[in-house]
Design a protein around this ligand. Sequence first.
Ligand code: ZN
Length: 249
Amino acid sequence: MEVQCPQCGASVNVIEGQTFLTCEYCSSAVYIDKSQVVFHYMLEPTIDQPNAEASLKRWMAGSKTVKGLDKEAQVTGTEFIYFPIWYFKIKQNGDEKIKVQPASPTPIPGIKELSIPAGDLRFYNENDAGNTAIQEPHVLYTSAVEWLVNEGVDISTVTLSALVHIPLYIFQYNFKENNYSAAVDGSSSEVMVSEFPSKSEMPYLIVGGGATILFFLEGMLLGFPEVLVAYLVTALIVIIAAVLVAERV
Ligand SMILES: [Zn+2]
């Protein structure tokens, strides 16, 4: 079988079933998915595992998560992978845009929103072939193109299609006897999570709801000026309760 190199246009011979190939004329690395030929890149991590874990801890200490998560969470497992994505460069009205679709089923949200610095991409080469951290795509290239069309992209504006393997640190951690996982992008240090111990809104709702009922009852039962005193006392209690709740969660 012969395929056409997307870079130089040369016809290149491939054996049936062969997916990885370096063009013998221009040295571009290409990936062949059912006779569709796309570029084949690797994105190298800019941070190591301790740095990725430090990013995770900073995220845990942030405002979205339950208080004390960064101190109480126990990291129980770490894995480094090169996750496969389909990468499209689109040129519309002079503007260049990048669209990304996971090339493997993943519970990690946010993968589509990752920014992939084009300058940091390098061609996949024969040294990568034995790397077990590199995951192969399980979503067909044609499915990714279909998704692109559904997103309203005119296929003729796609100037580059590629399979890119992006570096991810996957952490497993335990918090209050529950297990969670989080992914840290090894290129941008961005933390991506689906489920995590979030700040609970329930205690706030209880304080707010209780205050409303108290104010209502006082208004019904008390006359003027006692009601003003009652309102003042209730307001103080509510403020103290809210502060206590904020401290604890
Ligand atoms: Zn070529």
